[in-house]
Write a protein that binds this ligand. Structure first.
Ligand code: S3P
Length: 449
């Protein structure tokens, strides 16, 4: 939706080859963490390349409500004057995290072991998403949570006055839950231990190390065991945010399916806990190369070059799901243009994202003439070949940025145009998506609601 609350429908028409450079914005996960860890540090943290999407701007506002001072300088660098671990003040207003599950969940963790209360809310999408997965481990520290039925927002967290450290095995593959527990552990005495069966994105662990916390990770028979020593003094940092592989996924995928395309997507973060899509695309036969591979700020980075490719369906190994969890919507679009069937198993977490992404993709693909199968934990797409996707449908986006961008990419290569009911949510993670894709040659047009 737009800032005025109206839906912004958009139509995507088949385009000629996409050409050029796609300068995608900063990483959303790292941007949230930079602001939150900056706010919990002593001194001035400077963040270059912050994603200025609505999700991250909502986290910036929240950090100000907890007492940090934030300023965007004229050169685009963000300055965060932190209050130190345990230094959060009680907000005098409700914290509205908009569309952002990452924002609300990490901030709940960060405040839960300080003797303050805060009430959190969000938009219609966020207020449907499960927060019990956060309030349950926070209760082990001594925090109390009062939310709506089923652990939904709005929810008030009463922070623990005398927090105790916890040992917690995360029951689902979720970096947000892991991170909430680690951030809560910062202000608990002693050692907080988090165990995850499958590795999820590890930005919190990497960045806590960078800010000076004592944190270690060990691979054991139980999984990854992460141990954090509580009550450190976090020291302000200069952070360079790498560009978001989850945003890069869209111009890369569009280039692979639009005939005659050749697109360069420079400076993309390729942390192995995030890069599963690119490996999958290569297994499907994608002409996707990593140029100029290097390391920046402790993260692997490369320029991605994607060219139109003849693709074949594959079975995505379920153990890879966590490293590409946000990329299944766009993968299902690429799969529609492949020869043969693409099978995505072990993906039930997609049902609790900004929308039920299995359902949203299945319905939209069907509306565009693509045959799909689904069950609780699986999405199967029957590919129709490079020139075989009919298109012509109107796809419901459910306030979900990745669903909106995925169907716009579908329309760039399908026979008939594809309409989405609302492009507004794209601004949460990729505010320049439409002009950037138009700059490569995509034909995207607003239509009257
Ligand atoms: C994120 C973790 C993932 C991902 C989300 C960002 C993070 O969510 O889908 O977009 O920054 O920690 P889950 O933890 O729910 O898997």
């Amino acid at each position: 939706m737009s800032a005025h609350g109206e839906a912004q429908p958009m139509i995507s028409r088949r385009s000629g080859g996409l050409q050029g450079r796609a300068e995608v914005p900063g990483d959303k996960s790292i941007s949230h963490r930079a602001l939150i860890l900056g706010a919990l540090s002593v001194g001035e943290t400077r963040v270059r390349g912050l994603l200025e999407g609505q999700d991250v701007l909502d986290s910036a506002k929240a950090m100000a409500a907890f007492g940090a001072q934030l300023e965007r300088k004229s050169d685009g660098v963000w300055s965060v004057q932190g209050v130190g671990v345990g230094g959060f003040a009680e907000p005098d207003r409700i914290i509205d995290c908009g569309n952002s599950g990452t924002g609300v969940r990490l901030i709940m963790g960060a405040m839960a072991t300080t003797a303050i209360s805060a009430t959190f809310t969000g938009d219609a999408s966020l207020n449907k998403r499960p927060m019990g997965r956060i309030s349950e481990p926070l209760a082990l520290f001594g925090a109390r949570a009062y939310g709506r039925r089923g652990g939904r927002l709005p929810m008030t967290i009463v922070g623990a006055a005398d927090p105790v450290p916890v040992r917690y095995a995360v029951p689902m593959p979720s970096a947000q839950v892991k991170s909430a527990v680690l951030l809560a552990g910062l202000n608990a005495p002693g050692e907080t231990v988090v165990i995850e069966k499958e590795a999820t994105r590890d930005h919190t662990e990497r960045m806590l190390t960078g800010f000076g916390a004592a944190i270690s990770t060990e691979q054991t028979a139980e999984g990854r065991v992460i141990t954090l020593r509580g009550q450190p003094e976090l020291l302000a940092q200069d952070i360079e945010v790498p560009r978001d592989p989850s945003s890069a996924a869209f111009p890369v995928a569009a280039a692979l399916v639009v005939e005659g395309s050749d697109v360069l997507v420079p400076n993309i973060g390729l942390n192995p806990t995030r890069a599963g899509l690119f490996q999958t695309l290569r297994e499907m036969g994608a002409d996707l190369v990593f140029e100029n591979a290097r390391e920046e700020g402790g993260e692997p980075v490369a320029d991605l070059r994607a060219r139109f490719s003849a693709l074949r369906g594959i079975e995505v190994p379920p153990e890879r799901a966590a490293s590409m969890i946000d990329e299944f919507p766009i993968l299902s679009v690429v799969a529609a243009f492949a020869e043969g069937t693409t099978v995505m198993r072990g993906v039930k977490e997609l049902r609790v994202k900004e929308s039920d992404r299995i359902d949203a993709m299945a319905r939209g693909l069907e509306a565009c003439g693509v045959r799909v199968e689904e069950d609780e934990d699986t999405l199967i797409v029957h590919g129709m070949g490079a020139d075989g996707v009919p298109g012509g449908g109107t796809c419901a986006t459910h306030l979900d940025h990745r669903i909106a961008m995925s169907f716009l990419c579908l329309g760039m290569a399908s026979r008939a145009p594809v309409t989405i009911d609302d492009a507004g949510a794209i601004a949460t993670s990729f505010p320049v998506f439409v002009p950037l894709m138009r700059g490569l040659g995509a034909q995207l047009e607003e239509v009257a609601p």
